[in-house]
Design a protein around this ligand. Structure first.
Ligand SMILES: [Cu+2]
Length: 134
């Protein structure tokens, strides 16, 4: 009698853990996605910047996300006010997103990106730093 009520208590405790655990996973899911630069170094001038959106737990590329490039500026070199336009370009590779930009100065550039992923709530937001070479 005593041991079976113990088992019941334990089972209830385990169910509690399982529910708490899955709630944590759901909240953390958008954090499982990140942008990665395909090339960290790009020649200055008219450039094509390619980024990969990946689901970190399995490393898989994420196609069909809604991407918005918010800003490209020279903040890494202390020139936040030096910004340039970023225009999305078509990409043929799933999970790869391309942008056209004029990097008119060699040095560090920061690309701020956002994404909405199908089936996930929230927004992926990353800042990527690339180097423009002379
Ligand atoms: Cu600059």
């Amino acid at each position: 009698m005593k041991s079976s009520s113990c088992a019941r208590t334990l089972r209830a405790a385990l169910i509690g853990v399982a529910i708490t655990g899955s709630a944590t996973v759901a909240r953390a899911e958008i954090k499982d996605y990140e942008f990665q630069l395909v090339d960290k170094t790009i020649k200055k001038g008219d450039a094509t910047i390619s980024v990969r959106l990946v689901h970190k737990p399995d490393g898989k590329p994420v196609p069909a996300a809604v991407i918005f490039a918010t800003r490209l500026d020279m903040a890494p070199d202390g020139m936040q006010e030096m910004a340039t336009k970023v225009a999305p370009m078509p990409s043929t590779e799933p999970g790869i997103y391309k942008f056209k930009a004029t990097l008119n100065m060699a040095g560090g550039w920061q690309l701020s990106l956002g994404a909405k992923v199908q089936g996930e709530t929230g927004t992926v937001e990353n800042k990527l730093v690339l180097q423009a070479t002379p």
